[in-house]
Design a protein around this ligand. Structure first.
Ligand code: HEC
Ligand code: HEC
Ligand code: HEC
Ligand code: HEC
Length: 398
């Protein structure tokens, strides 16, 4: 909320400098399922209207207050939501247009959006609303061919977890027609150009604290010739729009103040299951002494300290790749959980960050093999541009 007035100032500045600005949001605009956040969401939506977003994707949180609430937002403020795989569970109809095409600078831009079925849609009005989510891959394979005929440039707004999204883009293949994918959901920013196959993958998420700017040079037939990524953060130093700041301050003063206390990370954990646990490196060390010795001298064993040295150990954007199981059920959290002890000690890139839950230990050789494909989750082109499996493995081999 604090970022709103600064966000407005940034957009004004960009619009003053650039032509053909196309403003999109991947979705998950709305707050948690409680009355206070509902009120805050109503306030935010009203203020967001003036920022001039053209199209929104749909995240599972956007149905937190029920479909009627969202329909009101569409009607009252003219917000355009798009989604290709979320259905009314009773009638089986799609809730939103599967894609939207807009003209900009003589270019037809197609925007399509999907939501991962692993993010459960639950409303405060759950007694009446009933939703189903199709497989994102099926939905995209169905609608992309149509959209390719109608659009020169295609942008996918994806509310899909990082690993699942990478796999989805690979599965869709080089000819999917998707030029740009905006990754929603995970609290993550890609600060440099990040590509999966032909697709430019961008992200600037975390509770409205960032905005991502993608400058592209595009030919008349929709070929992206050049792309530059800029991530804008909204810290105290960023300029703001005074009237908006005043309205935000007033709203905050009239409603519950934010607490500065360290609380649990409030984010989705799309992977894993309640019945599994991470046991921590000290358990593995009991039997695997030589591996543990090799591990202890690698940078993985200090990855959390690296963040602490920068004062970023509570920043979920950073923590995600510097601990064990941030996006997993029962993975790292900064506060202890009495029912699943030890979660607050899962710091650093320990054994299970690559090998998976210790409770799944015996997999007859498959376990070691599976760890090979874990690297890319963290060593993506934005955070580890020089990554090469053979070279990197040789530095940490055990
Ligand atoms: C959970 C996220 C995560 C996974 C999975 C992961 N890494 Fe890392 N890796 C990191 C982080 C974070 C650092 C930086 C640690 C630091 O410097 O504090 C790092 C650092 C490294 C380094 C040290 C680079 C240097 O400067 O010497 C190597 C080598 C490496 N990783 C190899 C791998 C390999 C190979 C895999 C897969 C088998 C892998 N990593 C899996 C997060 C991860
Ligand atoms: C997507 C995973 C990912 C995220 C998110 C991430 N890191 Fe890292 N980080 C890595 C990996 C992988 C390396 C090792 C890179 C290498 O050596 O190739 C690394 C290395 C580092 C290093 C040591 C090398 C260097 O560049 O100085 C620092 C410091 C660091 N990260 C800080 C941060 C901070 C601060 C954030 C949040 C803004 C962050 N990281 C978010 C994966 C990540
Ligand atoms: C950065 C990711 C990563 C971390 C951290 C990591 N491993 Fe591994 N581990 C791997 C990979 C990848 C392989 C498979 C290498 C291969 O077969 O080429 C492997 C292989 C193994 C093997 C099988 C060795 C063999 O000869 O079959 C054991 C046992 C093992 N790891 C235990 C551990 C333990 C214990 C820790 C923590 C002390 C740990 N690993 C930390 C990635 C990791
Ligand atoms: C009680 C002793 C014991 C503990 C504790 C233990 N292991 Fe093992 N582990 C073994 C033995 C014995 C094997 C070899 C037999 C086998 O493959 O199951 C093995 C095999 C492995 C392998 C290779 C097997 C495969 O399927 O690829 C990996 C990887 C591994 N352990 C990782 C870990 C990790 C990570 C931890 C901590 C969460 C851990 N182990 C804890 C005894 C243990």
């Amino acid at each position: 909320m604090g970022g709103l007035a600064r966000r407005a100032a940034l957009y004004n500045e960009i619009r003053a400098q650039k032509e053909n600005v196309f403003l999109l949001d991947a979705g998950n605009l709305f707050g948690n399922r409680n009355e206070l956040e509902k009120k805050q969401t109503e306030f935010l939506v009203r203020e967001t209207d003036a920022l001039g977003y053209e199209i929104f994707g749909v995240g599972e949180r956007d149905l937190n207050y029920g479909l009627d609430f969202l329909r009101d937002v569409e009607k009252q403020y003219g917000f355009v939501f798009t989604n290709a795989n979320l259905r009314n569970g009773d009638t089986n109809e799609l809730l939103f247009p599967p894609y939207v095409v807009r003209k900009k600078a003589g270019l037809r831009i197609g925007v399509i959006s999907v939501l991962s079925p692993s993010f459960r849609v639950v409303s405060m009005t759950a007694q009446t609303d009933n939703f189903t989510t199709d497989s994102p891959r099926d939905a995209l394979e169905k609608y992309l061919p149509e959209l390719r005929k109608k659009a020169d440039l295609i942008i996918l707004l994806a509310q899909v977890g990082t690993q699942e999204l990478r796999q989805l883009l690979l599965d869709l293949g080089e000819d999917s027609g998707i030029d740009v994918c905006v990754e929603g959901h995970a609290p993550r920013q890609y600060r440099r150009v990040n590509k999966v196959g032909n697709v430019l993958l961008v992200a600037a998420n975390n509770q409205g604290k960032y905005a991502g700017q993608l400058d592209m040079l595009i030919t008349k037939d929709g070929q992206v010739k050049d792309a530059v990524v800029t991530i804008h953060g909204f810290d105290e130093k960023a300029p703001d729009v005074e009237e908006i700041r005043k309205r935000v301050d007033k709203f905050k003063a009239e409603n519950q103040p934010e607490t500065a206390q360290v609380s649990a990370f409030d984010h989705n954990r799309p992977y894993g299951s309640e019945s599994e646990r991470f046991l921590g490196v000290s358990t593995c060390t009991r039997c695997h002494t030589s591996e543990a010795r090799a591990y202890s001298s690698t940078k993985h064993a200090q990855a959390f300290q690296t963040l602490a040295a920068k004062g970023q150990q509570n920043n979920p954007d950073c923590v995600s790749c510097h601990v064990v199981g941030f996006e997993y059920v029962n993975g790292y959290d900064r506060v202890p959980h009495p029912d699943t002890p030890g979660r607050d000690t899962l710091r650093n890139v320990q054994c299970e960050a690559c090998h998976g839950y210790g409770t799944q230990h015996d997999r007859g050789g498959e376990w070691a093999a599976a760890a090979k494909s874990s690297c890319a989750n963290c060593h993506d082109s934005a955070n580890s541009p020089d990554f090469d499996y053979a070279t990197y493995w040789s530095r940490i081999a055990h």
